[in-house]
Ligand binder design. Structure first.
Ligand code: CAA
Length: 257
């Protein structure tokens, strides 16, 4: 199975496991990834998700070029839509998703990372959108999410040149949040996921949704979304628990309700 899922405490670890292809994604692995995120979305025991790649060389080296090469335009359209559906499922997952980028994150691999809420990289990570060197534009959201993450000027440069970016540059341009030695990456991702998992899950979920939907609308509409999310939280037991615990000087016990 190209996609492995392990759960420890309240954190799911999703590993793309095709190391002999540097974890490149073919149709089967995309379908499995989509099914995995659809399942995790309805699992309330999961409070945060980490995505990484098997082995020590690659996060995901992109779409599987061998499978893609002979596609007709209509097959390519279906393939782009499938990859985009995976990225949208990650972006819309109720739990925050952390990309632990342990090596190459190129093309579709960079696009999967861009769909995650938080990107952490190992010192050996290499990111980029090299599609134009293969005769195609990015197809799983790179033209849309890269400009939203690093700004349109730099995104244009990276997409038009296909230039690869090493971890330290990725950190400087805001493409990743932090860079760690390879041996520490997963441990740091788990610690961050555990920190998120300690908070009220519905409040985290409402925050994620307000950020995600707010990025696609103007400020006034975004603020309206935020006010609704804030009000909705006041119908939860966790809001009463969180505020009571603060006033009673104890740790809250959140139930996710
Ligand atoms: N698809 C299929 N196979 C791939 C692959 C990919 N994206 N990336 C690597 N592989 C395979 C290689 O063909 C090779 O297989 P063999 O052992 O059978 O020869 C194996 O993985 C190991 O790779 P390399 O020998 O090439 O390793 P390297 O260290 O010399 O180079 C690399 C590593 C720079 C990542 C190089 O493999 C590479 O450039 N890969 C392709 C990266 C790329 O262009 N990705 C974008 C794909 S297009 C896309 O993703 C479109 C989209 O927007 C959805």
């Amino acid at each position: 199975m190209p996609i492995q899922v392990a759960q420890e405490d309240r954190v799911a670890l999703v590993t793309v496991d095709r190391p002999e292809r540097l974890n490149a994604l073919n149709t089967q692995s995309l379908q499995e990834l989509l099914a995995t995120f659809e399942r995790l979305a309805s699992d309330s025991s999961v409070r945060a998700i980490i995505v990484t790649g098997a082995g020590d060389r690659a996060f995901i080296a992109g779409a599987d070029i061998a499978e893609m090469k002979d596609k007709s335009p209509s097959e390519a359209l279906a393939f782009a839509r499938l990859g985009q559906a995976v990225c949208s499922a990650i972006e819309a997952a109720p739990q925050p998703v952390i990309a632990a980028i342990n090596g190459y994150a190129l093309g579709g691999g960079c696009e999967i990372a861009l769909a995650c809420d938080i990107r952490l990289a190992s010192e050996t990570a290499v990111l980029g959108q090299p599609e134009v060197a293969l005769g195609v534009p990015p197809g799983w959201g790179g033209t849309q999410r890269l400009p939203r993450v690093i700004g349109p000027g730099l995104a244009r440069e990276l997409i038009y040149t296909g230039r690869r970016v090493r971890a330290e540059e990725a950190l400087r341009i805001g493409l990743v949040n932090a860079v760690y030695p390879p041996a520490e990456l997963l441990e740091r991702a788990r610690a961050l996921a555990a920190e998120i998992a300690r908070n009220a899950p519905l409040a985290v979920r409402l925050s994620k949704e307000a950020i995600r939907r707010g990025l696609d609308v103007d400020l006034a509409a975004g603020l309206a979304l935020e006010a609704q999310a804030f009000a909705l939280a006041f119908s939860t037991a966790d809001q009463r628990e969180g505020m009571s615990a603060f006033l009673e000087k104890r740790s809250p016990e959140f139930r996710g309700a």
